[in-house]
Write a protein that binds this ligand. Structure first.
Ligand code: CA
Length: 364
C-alpha cells in the first residue's frame, strides 16, 4: 500500500512536470490574462486638440496595441462626457477610469497640485521629469492624490512656454501695472504682486476676450498651440520666455479601485504607455514650435520680443515670495516644497555646467 502511494506520488510529480507548460491555464493569473477591460478617459482638452489633446489619444492607442486589445480606453474630449474642469471628479467618482489634464487645475481640491504641474521660475521639462521619476516627486504626488482615490502619472510636457500675447509693449515693470492678463495659477499671483490684474479664462475664450479688450494680454502655450488658436490675429507682440510655466507637467489620473482590478502586466502597460507619451509630447512640441514660430513671424508679421531683464528680475523675485507663501500653507505643502526646492537647487547647479554652459558655448 505504501509502495503504491509512493509510486502514485512519483507519477503525479512527473505528470505535473510534463504538463507544467499548461498548468497555468487553470490558475487565477491566467484567468486575469484572459479578462478584457474597457475603460473611459476624460480630458480637459477639446477632442483631438493638437499637441495637448493628442497625448491621451496616443496613450489609448498604445495601450490597446501593447495589451493586444485586453485593455481598450475610449477617450472623451472636454464636454463630451463631463465638462473640462470636472475631469478630476469624474475619475475620482469612477464615471471614467482615467483623466488627462494639468494638476494645477485642481488647486481648489489639492492645494499642493501646482508643484506637480508648474511653478513660476521653477524647473524645466527635463528637470521636472527627473524630480518626478528619480527625485521622489511622483511618490509625493501619489500621497497628495491618495485621499481622492486617484493614482497620478506624468502625462506630457510642453517645454518652456511663451510669456504670451500682448497688445502693448512691456518695457518696464510699470508697464505691468493694471495689465489685465489671462494667466492662471501661481503665475497670476506673481503678476498681481507687481500690480497686474490676473484673470483665469478657459482656452476657448482667449481669442475673443483679447480681441474685445476684456484682457490686454494672455499666455497660452507656445507657437504650435497658439497658432492653432489664432491668437496672432488678436495681439501683435509675442513675448518670451515663459517664466510662468517653464516646464509644465501634464497628468494622467487613474481611479485607484479600477487600477487595482488590473493584472500586473496591464498596470505595467498603462505605466509605460504613459511614460512614452510623456516624452513624446515634449518631442512633438519641440519639433513643431520651430515651424509654427516661423509661420507666425514670416506669414503673419508677429513681433517676437524678449521681456527686459528688469521685468524678468522683478517677476522672479515676486515668484520666490509667492512660492514660499504658498509652500508654508500646510505641513504637507512644506514637505513637498522641501523636496522640490532641494532637487531644483541641485539640478540647477548641474545644468549650469552642462545644458546652460553648452547652449552658451555653441552661441559664442
Ligand atoms: Ca500656459
Amino acid at each position: 500500500m505504501k509502495r503504491m502511494r509512493v509510486l502514485l506520488s512519483i507519477i503525479c510529480t512527473f505528470t505535473l512536470l510534463a504538463c507544467g507548460a499548461e498548468q497555468p491555464a487553470s490558475d487565477g493569473h491566467a484567468a486575469a490574462e484572459q479578462q478584457r477591460f474597457k475603460w473611459k478617459l476624460v480630458t480637459t482638452w477639446p477632442k483631438n486638440f493638437p499637441g495637448l489633446g493628442m497625448a491621451p489619444e496616443r496613450f489609448a492607442e498604445r495601450v490597446a496595441l501593447m495589451s493586444d486589445g485586453r485593455l481598450t480606453i475610449k477617450v472623451f474630449g472636454a464636454g463630451e462626457l463631463v465638462p473640462a474642469m470636472q475631469a478630476f471628479d469624474a475619475a475620482q467618482q469612477g464615471t471614467a477610469e482615467m483623466s488627462h489634464g494639468g494638476a494645477y487645475y485642481w488647486r481648489g481640491k489639492v492645494a499642493t497640485s501646482p508643484f506637480f504641474a508648474a511653478i513660476p521660475f521653477g524647473m524645466t521639462a527635463q528637470e521636472m521629469s527627473a524630480w518626478l521619476h528619480y527625485g521622489g516627486g511622483l511618490e509625493l504626488w501619489r500621497e497628495a492624490y491618495e485621499p481622492f482615490g486617484l493614482v497620478p502619472l506624468a502625462g506630457g510636457n510642453t517645454g518652456v512656454q511663451m510669456a504670451g500675447w500682448f497688445n502693448k509693449e512691456i518695457n518696464t515693470v510699470a508697464d505691468l501695472k493694471g495689465l489685465k492678463m489671462r494667466i492662471p495659477g501661481l503665475g497670476g499671483e506673481v503678476l498681481n504682486k507687481l500690480g497686474g490684474a490676473a484673470m483665469n479664462l478657459p482656452g476657448g475664450d482667449l481669442f475673443t476676450s483679447l480681441q474685445n479688450g476684456v484682457i490686454d494680454a494672455t499666455e497660452w502655450v507656445g507657437p504650435y498651440n497658439d497658432l492653432a488658436f489664432g491668437l496672432h490675429k488678436a495681439a501683435k507682440y509675442y513675448y518670451y520666455p515663459g517664466w510662468q510655466e517653464p516646464g509644465p507637467n501634464l497628468e494622467f489620473t487613474v481611479n485607484k479601485a479600477a487600477w487595482e482590478t488590473l493584472p500586473k502586466d496591464l498596470q505595467a502597460i498603462v505605466e509605460f504607455a504613459a511614460r512614452s507619451v510623456h516624452q513624446d509630447t515634449l518631442d512633438e512640441f519641440t519639433a513643431k514650435n520651430n515651424t509654427a514660430l516661423k509661420t507666425l513671424v514670416e506669414e503673419h508679421g508677429v513681433q517676437v520680443r524678449r521681456l527686459p531683464d528688469e521685468v524678468l528680475i522683478a517677476l522672479r523675485d515676486a515668484a520666490a515670495e509667492v512660492t514660499e507663501e504658498f509652500a508654508n500653507a500646510s505641513p504637507f505643502a512644506k514637505k513637498v516644497y522641501a523636496s522640490w526646492k532641494a532637487f531644483k537647487d541641485d539640478v540647477n547647479a548641474w545644468h549650469k555646467i552642462s545644458e546652460q554652459a553648452y547652449i552658451e558655448a555653441r552661441e559664442l
